[in-house]
Design a protein around this ligand. Structure first.
Ligand SMILES: *[C@@H]1O[C@H](CO)[C@@H](O)[C@H](O)[C@H]1NC(C)=O
Ligand SMILES: *[C@@H]1O[C@H](CO)[C@@H](O)[C@H](O)[C@H]1NC(C)=O
Ligand SMILES: *[C@@H]1O[C@H](CO)[C@@H](O)[C@H](O)[C@H]1NC(C)=O
Ligand SMILES: *[C@@H]1O[C@H](CO)[C@@H](O)[C@H](O)[C@H]1NC(C)=O
Length: 413
């Protein structure tokens, strides 16, 4: 049950946490987005819809992972007003969180969103789109309608997706990469660095709304899970499948949860997820038209294990004999965050109202950096920020992105 509780908490939080203040009343019906023709989307893509329209150059790029997933990236090589500056630009890789894609970074007006601000400040910007999201659904041999396509969790994002992005950028630019992650984008970075992966190609990393430990995230939501329809959940959860919040059975399951007597998604949001202080209603409308995106059910299970087990470890097959087959140990190996090389420049920014990245969990994360070189770790705490403010806050430029910029600039030779 704890397992299911964790999973539930995670879905609900992720879906609801992005609702703006004004939209509380309509939160219930908003899971389904208006359907966009996939062919049209392919033709337009994120560059056309969200970057080129603002007068920036942008390239759609496809990279293939060692396990065959074909992933989409956007490259914004320069700002709106090309400076003619001959200094080699520093690359920045921007990685979104779970259940969204790279477009979430671009929903605010250009002067407010992180990728375009970075481009205008002389960085060579690369936006990643995780496997399973709408523009990263191709594979060399599998099809997204096949269960095997969805046989991965965030371990594979660490093992396959991250190296593919880093190698490609490093190869194209000949430079070390600055990294920005939000939410799950921070967890996969921390896990990678703790295993010594990418660190040779990494210049510095900015971690926004960091997720690592998730022990405190679900406490109150346990109540909700107790009322859930266990039978329905189990059919969704077990077996390999796409986890698509916009379609059955996941959508129906989430709606039924909100309709459950005694469970009010209105209260749930305000009391448990934390309130995003600073979202723009038009941006949120745009968000709801474009997100949420799919992930794998296995990934959601893995995240819920992180909630339940209070350790950051590889996917747990839930049976010692199966873990033994996969890992040679009865329990899955842990990622040891304290193993992250102490001289990697890190910037951590977290919010006081963030229910996903709970302040106490962030404290645990910061504790694991206690031996980090003091001058290589900067921490920012923003009292009234919650999870989505870091990507869509109307004042995120002044509060967060300017800090990210000066952090990256400090790393320049
Ligand atoms: C909110 O977003 C709209 C559409 O992008 C924009 O025109 C408006 O200026 C934004 N409001 C604020 C306060 O930034
Ligand atoms: C899923 O992947 C694991 C390895 O990660 C493999 O052992 C297992 O056979 C795969 N299952 C299916 C149904 O492809
Ligand atoms: C990029 O990859 C190509 C082909 O593998 C290789 O020839 C080239 O040296 C690489 N460039 C850098 C900067 O690593
Ligand atoms: C984690 O790594 C740190 C630093 O390398 C080490 O001191 C500690 O013993 C490790 N913890 C575990 C549980 O392996």
């Amino acid at each position: 049950m704890a397992h299911l509780r964790g999973l539930l908490s995670f879905c609900i939080l992720l879906l609801l946490v992005v609702q703006p203040h004004q939209a509380y009343g309509s939160a219930r019906g908003s899971f389904r987005r208006t359907r966009t023709d996939p062919v049209m989307l392919q033709e337009s893509g994120i560059c056309a819809s969200s970057v080129i329209v603002h007068g920036y150059e942008c390239q759609e790029i496809y990279v293939t992972t060692k396990d065959g997933y074909i992933l989409n990236m956007q490259r914004i090589p320069e700002g709106r007003f090309a400076s003619g500056n001959t200094i080699k630009k520093q690359p920045v890789l921007i990685q979104h969180g779970v259940l969204v894609d790279g477009m979430t970074w671009l929903l605010n007006p250009p002067e407010q969103n992180l990728p375009l601000i970075l481009a205008d400040n002389g960085f060579d910007v690369w936006i990643a789109n995780a496997r399973g999201t709408r523009f990263s659904r191709q594979h060399t041999s599998l099809d997204a309608t096949q269960p095997e396509y969805w046989n991965w969790s965030w371990d594979e994002l660490v093992t396959y997706d991250m190296p593919t992005f880093f190698d490609y950028i490093h190869n194209q630019t000949g430079q070390k990469v600055n990294y920005v992650g939000h939410s799950l984008g921070t967890l996969i970075a921390l896990a990678s660095f703790s295993e010594g992966l990418q660190v040779d190609k990494l210049k510095s990393a900015a971690l926004l709304s960091p997720i690592a430990y998730l022990s405190y995230m679900n406490t109150a939501l346990g109540l909700l899970a107790a009322k859930a329809f266990v039978g329905e959940i189990t059919t969704i959860v077990f077996g390999l499948a796409e986890f698509n919040p916009k379609e059955q059975p996941v959508e129906g399951f989430l709606k039924s949860l909100c309709a459950n007597p005694g469970v009010d998604c209105y209260d749930l949001l305000s009391s448990l997820t934390g309130i995003n202080c600073c979202l723009n209603a038009s941006t949120v409308d745009l968000f709801l038209k474009n997100e949420p995106q799919s992930t794998s059910t296995k990934n959601m299970i893995h995240l819920s294990q992180t909630v339940r087990d209070k350790v950051i470890a590889k996917f747990n097959y839930e049976r010692p004999d199966h873990n033994l087959i996969h890992y040679g140990t009865l329990t899955p190996p842990a990622y040891n965050i304290s193993n992250i090389p102490r001289d990697i420049p890190l910037f951590v920014s977290y919010g006081g109202n963030d229910a996903l990245s709970d302040v106490k969990d962030v404290q645990d994360l910061l504790d694991s950096f206690k031996f980090h070189d003091v001058d290589k770790l900067s921490v920012q705490f923003i009292k009234n920020y919650a999870h989505a403010d870091f990507i869509m806050g109307i004042n995120a430029k002044d509060i967060v992105y300017n800090q990210v910029l000066s952090f990256f600039k400090r790393q320049q030779p």
